[in-house]
Structures are given as structure tokens and as C-alpha cells.
Design a protein around this ligand. Structure first.
Ligand code: SF4
Length: 488
């Protein structure tokens, strides 16, 4: 199916397309002005026409559908004199009208209602900032955006949990360090990470990264900020050889000392006793060993060069090395998997007993191999059932949900949820996801963020994503950080 949006407000067309994706997944779309000649179309095209009229100080937004489905819906809002508020109200009205129309036309009840953003918790926090209690704020978001009771309960659990965690003081910095190498590329991957190949980029990359780490140490002293957490991600940090891993982690150790220090070991086939010793000696407090699934045929299908048994072996090695805080990641809806397979994966992971578990929902982004081969998203109801299993299993393990985020092109318009035993929540992830903590991001593709106290405005300083460019332009990346933090 393709989508044609007829509108004189093309600046909102992308938002309308986001709403259509809730119901129909990724569809190609284009816009044309309302003055374009009306056209007939078959069931392979959905035409959404968006018109507006003003009456008694209000704006009435009307959306009509023809082609693949038909119907009409409207939303009325009171315009604001503040251009930013007006834009938000206007956009919300168009999205709500399109959502109501498509919900009635399809008979579907999307779990997150009309919400299309990455961070649904943000809306609840905004309501709480207006003086509502958590329960009132969740109820308000639920009613406004037609969020299901199940997801409203998830929001309550997450925000309730986040409120028990240490809050940023405004003078703390979260440090992110990206290692953009992986042994093979996962079929669903949309990151910039490069395959390790012959490893020739590792040494120059590590050298560049070490110079950026040294710069950041000085910068933190100059601006008078102290470190709250260090997170080494990627990519797969343990795809580095032991000596390179040692150089990077030992350079970070003085910054991370006494703070949360996470290393994403990630791929079980890259984890060795020697690398685990390096990670421990550098003082890391938390690592990830990520199975994604415990089914070997799926692992082969998605391009991961390890087995479920290797995951169990890597996990045992990590425990034997003394790690008391181990995270694992799973993906619900992987190609060829059904509910029974996901249940088996959860059972094997439960037997291992991780301290935190993140249950992702498969999303097929345009830059992934799955998209290239035209793989369809799995059926939404099945993946929703898998997410429910994840929630039950983690609760059974004594964990609570503590952050979530959504992405485009996700199966069932669902979400990724992180669960942890009390005390094992990753502060870096919470602050990064909720955008409540300043971030200094090092390495190719890292995006540093400065959160301004008034109004939560955020300014960013991105590092270039290409590995060779990063190596050649490290000084410039450092200068970008300095500029971001001038007048701190
Ligand atoms: S491990 Fe992560 S970064 Fe590496 S290829 Fe897989 S999804 Fe991409």
C-alpha cells in the first residue's frame, strides 16, 4: 500500500505518516496540495485529505480517508498565541483526527494509542510538572492519547521506579564511549558500526579515542563537572583484542572510579576470560551478555556468529570472574520465531538469573539487511504476547520495569522495556533515555548533549559517524565538545 496525504500543511505530513504506520507499518508516502486535481484510486492507495476551518475562536481539523479505507474524523482545538505551543496543539489535533479515523476504519486498538514518539514517559512527566500526581498524570495521558490500560500500567511502574533512583544534580556528567566494531553484522542492525574486517582500523581508532579521553578529562576539570557514570557501548566493545580493550578501559578507569561503569560485552563469542579480567581490573561494575534469542537457527538467520550454548558459557565465565551485575538483552519477534520459542528463550535466560533484562521488540529500519531483503514485520498480536511474557518472567525474577523507549518500524507499534532487580538499574540508560543527564559522548557517532536548566532545552554536539572520518578529525570533535560546554 502507498499513502497520499493531501494537505496545505505539508510540515505536518510526516506526523500523519507516523500515525498511518501505527496501523499499517512502513508505507511509502507522498504529499500534494489540496488544490491538486482529485483522483480515483484503488485499494492499494490510502488517500488522507486534511482540511481546516476556523469557527468561534477554535480551529476544526478534519481528516477524510478514501481508497484503501474510508471515513472521516475531526478534532477541535483552541489556538495559542505562543508559536511553539500553537505548533504542538496544531500537530496534536491533526494526529488525533487521523488516528481516530484509522482506528474506526480498521477496528484495531493500538497499544500506545495515537502516540508515535520515542519517549512516552515524557508526557507523563510533563503532566506531573503541572502539579498532577503520578496516577493522575498517567490517567490524563491515557485518556488524551487512547493509551491501553496495559501500557498505562507500564508507564506507572517505570516512572514510580525512576522516582526512587538518584536524580541528576545538574553538575554531573554521563560519559559514553563508542566502540563501533562488531564481528559480523546482525540482520536487524541499523547502527553505523563497521564489521571488524581485517582489524586494520582498530589501532588508529583506539589512538584517536585515547586522545579524546585525555581531552575530556581536562575538559571536566575546566568546567567543574564530576562524572556520574561511564558506559562503553557500540558496536561490541569486546570485539577489540585484549590489549586494545585494556588501553581504552584503563584510560577510562580514573574517570569511572567509584561510579557506575558499564561495559557492553554484547556478543558472547567475543567474551574471553582474558577480556573479562581486563574489564574487572579496570573497575567496571556492570556488563552485558546479550543472547537476543536462545535458538541457534534464529541466531544463524540473523547473522550472529554465536550459539545459545556460547551465551551460557560466556555468562558462566562472567559470574566466575566476579561480576555481580549482569544485563542481558532479548528481542521479541525475530524472524521465524513464535511464542513457544520466545517462552523457551525466557526460560533458559531465567535459569541463568541475570540482574537486569531488556526486552526489545523487533524493528526493521531502512538501513538493515532485513529491510533490504523485504522481510515483513511479525504479527503485532504475537509480539505483544511475547512482551507480556517478558514482563511476567522479569516480575517473577524480582525485577521491575525502569525505562522504555519506542522506535519507528516496530512490530505491533510496541516498545523496548528494560527491567532490573532493585539496585541494578543502569543510571546511565535512565538519564540518557529520559534526557535528564548531560552526556559527553566519545568515539565515532557519539552525540554529546547539554541539558539546560530552564525548560529542559537540549543542545547537541555530534561526533562524525564514519570511523575513518573520526580518526582524521578527532581534534575537531574535541573542539565541538569545548564549544558545547563553553559558559558552563
Ligand atoms: S551487535 Fe549491535 S551494533 Fe553490532 S551488528 Fe549487532 S545490532 Fe549492530
Amino acid at each position: 500500500m502507498e499513502l497520499l496525504i493531501r494537505t496545505d500543511w505539508p510540515q505536518f505530513a510526516n506526523d500523519v505518516a507516523d500515525v498511518v504506520r501505527i496501523f499499517f507499518g512502513a508505507v511509502p508516502w507522498k504529499t500534494e496540495p489540496l488544490s491538486a486535481p482529485a483522483r480515483e484510486c484503488g485499494e492499494s492507495t490510502l488517500i488522507l485529505s486534511h482540511t481546516e476551518e476556523k469557527a468561534e475562536g477554535n480551529v476544526r481539523v478534519l481528516v477524510r480517508a478514501s481508497g484503501a479505507c474510508s471515513g472521516r474524523a475531526e478534532e477541535v482545538y483552541r489556538p495559542s498565541d505562543d508559536p511553539l505551543v500553537e505548533k504542538r496543539l496544531h500537530k496534536r489535533a491533526i494526529k488525533l483526527a487521523a488516528y481516530r479515523l484509522l482506528k474506526a476504519a480498521t477496528g484495531m486498538t493500538p497499544p500506545w494509542g495515537s502516540l508515535t514518539g520515542i519517549r512516552p514517559t515524557r508526557l507523563v512527566y510533563a503532566k506531573m510538572a503541572e502539579g498532577l500526581s503520578l496516577a493522575q498524570a498517567v490517567q490524563s495521558v491515557r485518556e488524551t492519547f487512547d493509551v491501553s490500560p496495559e501500557k498505562a500500567a507500564l508507564l506507572s511502574e517505570i516512572i514510580g521506579r525512576q522516582q526512587t533512583l538518584p536524580q541528576p544534580t545538574g553538575r554531573e556528567m554521563e560519559i559514553y564511549v563508542g566502540i563501533p566494531f562488531c564481528t559480523t553484522r546482525c540482520a536487524y542492525c541499523s547502527f553505523l558500526s563497521g564489521e571488524l574486517g581485517d582489524g586494520s582500523l582498530v589501532a588508529p581508532y583506539v589512538k584517536a579515542l585515547l586522545s579524546e579521553i585525555a581531552f575530556v578529562k581536562d575538559l571536566l576539570g575546566d568546567i567543574g563537572f564530576f562524572v556520574s557514570s561511564v558506559y562503553v557501548g557500540g558496536g561490541t566493545p569486546t570485539s577489540l583484542d585484549e590489549a586494545s580493550l585494556r588501553e581504552v578501559l584503563f584510560a577510562l578507569a580514573p574517570l569511572a572510579k567509584g561510579h557506575e561503569f558499564t561495559v557492553e560485552a554484547g556478543r558472547p563469542d567475543t567474551i574471553t576470560e582474558g577480556k573479562l579480567s581486563v574489564i574487572r581490573e579496570a573497575g567496571a561494575t556492570r556488563i552485558s551478555v546479550n543472547p537476543q534469542t536462545m535458538h541457534d537457527e534464529t541466531l544463524r538467520r540473523i547473522g550472529r556468529a554465536h550459539t545459545a550454548t556460547q551465551t551460557e558459557e560466556a555468562y558462566a565465565l562472567a559470574r566466575a570472574a566476579g561480576f555481580s551485575d549482569i544485563n542481558m538483552d532479548l528481542i521479541a519477534g525475530l524472524p521465524g520465531e513464535d511464542e513457544a520459542m520466545f517462552r523457551e528463550t525466557l526460560a533458559r535466560v531465567t535459569d541463568l538469573g541475570p540482574d537486569s533484562l531488556t526486552v526489545h521488540t523487533l524493528s526493521i529500519k531502512h538501513s538493515s539487511v532485513l529491510h533490504l531483503f523485504g522481510a515483513p514485520l511479525p504479527e503485532g498480536a504475537m509480539v505483544a504476547a511475547m512482551q507480556r511474557m517478558g514482563l511476567e518472567a522479569t516480575h517473577h525474577m524480582g525485577m521491575n520495569a525502569y525505562y522504555l523507549y519506542r522506535q519507528k518500524y516496530m512490530a505491533g507499534a510496541l516498545e523496548n522495556v528494560a527491567y532490573a532487580r532493585p539496585g541494578c538499574e543502569c543510571l546511565y540508560n535512565v538519564r540518557m533515555m529520559e534526557e535528564t543527564g548531560h552526556v559527553l559522548a566519545l568515539g565515532a557517532g557519539g552525540i554529546s548533549k547539554r541539558i539546560w536548566p530552564a525548560g529542559g532545552k537540549i543542545t547537541r554536539a555530534p561526533n562524525v559517524g564514519n570511523i575513518e572520518e573520526y580518526i582524521a578529525r578527532t581534534k575537531e570533535m574535541c573542539e565541538r565538545k569545548k564549544t558545547l560546554w563553553s559558559n558552563a
